[in-house]
Design a protein around this ligand. Structure first.
Ligand code: PGA
Length: 248
């Protein structure tokens, strides 16, 4: 079965009621392709707001994080049932900004992934190496280690989208080249084949993230293992719609 193209917009800690309403309204007004899964991730505070303004059911909402408990004394955290309650259907987990700045471990990310899936939410699972790790030739080792932590606890990956996001490409304007990205995506799929079997590995979307914009998105069109994008900075701009349409 063909893998449905997937474009996610990660707003990170950006936006206000006014700017998020404007982005949502521009998505409402745009002619969006039906063969692309489109998910935007505003800050948790604005999920409800975005949901209230979204008219196009083709666009889904993601939280940028979740805590692996249903409720309780976890000051500042947000729970999967709350994410669902405000209308989101996805959660981004393992983003490098959380792995590096907040020091989330592979095991913690895996634990969160398991918990979120149990609540019937989809997971955009981010993996990727730092510049230091890349220079040391450790790209695949790092990606495989981050994937293995999740493989250890999850056997059914049907609601996981893997986002390969080399840390050196995030927010730097230096996207990976299509050849480089395709090579790593192919190796990631090969590794998932070993861990989960060919059928499942072939059905998992592996999307690329790191300085994707309206101009460079189509340059990845020939990459057989790139099934979409996770977009940061450009998801706050009108060019996000060009990225959504980049395969058309
Ligand atoms: P960027 O971020 O598009 O701004 O590089 C991507 C991401 O962090 O998901």
């Amino acid at each position: 079965m063909a893998r449905k193209f997937f474009v996610g917009g990660n707003f990170k800690m950006n936006g206000s009621k006014a700017s998020i309403k404007q982005i949502v309204e521009s998505l409402n007004a745009a002619e969006l392709p039906t063969d692309v899964e489109i998910v935007i991730a505003p800050p948790a505070l604005y999920l409800h707001w975005a949901h209230d303004h979204l008219k196009d059911t083709k666009v889904e909402l993601a939280a940028q994080n979740a805590f692996p408990k249903d409720n309780g004394a976890y000051t500042g955290e947000i729970a999967a049932p709350q994410i669902k309650d405000v209308g989101a259907t996805w959660v981004i987990l393992g983003h490098s900004e959380r792995r590096t700045i907040i020091k989330e471990s592979d095991e913690f990310v895996a634990d969160k992934t398991k918990h979120v899936l149990e609540h019937d939410l989809g997971v955009i699972l981010c993996i990727g190496e730092t510049l230091e790790e890349r220079d040391a030739g450790m790209t695949l080792e790092v990606c495989n280690r981050q994937l293995d932590a999740v493989c250890d606890v999850i056997k059914d990956w049907s609601r996981i989208v893997v986002a390969y996001e080399p840390v050196w490409a995030i927010g730097t304007g230096l996207a990976a080249t299509p050849d480089d990205a395709q090579f790593t995506h192919h190796e990631i799929r090969k590794h998932l084949t070993e861990k989960l079997g060919e059928e499942q590995a072939n059905s998992i979307r592996i999307i690329y993230g790191g300085s994707v914009n309206g101009k460079n998105a189509a340059s990845f069109n020939a990459c057989a293992d790139i099934d979409g994008y996770l977009v940061g900075g450009a998801s706050l701009k009108p060019e996000f719609i060009d990225i959504v349409n980049s395969r058309q």
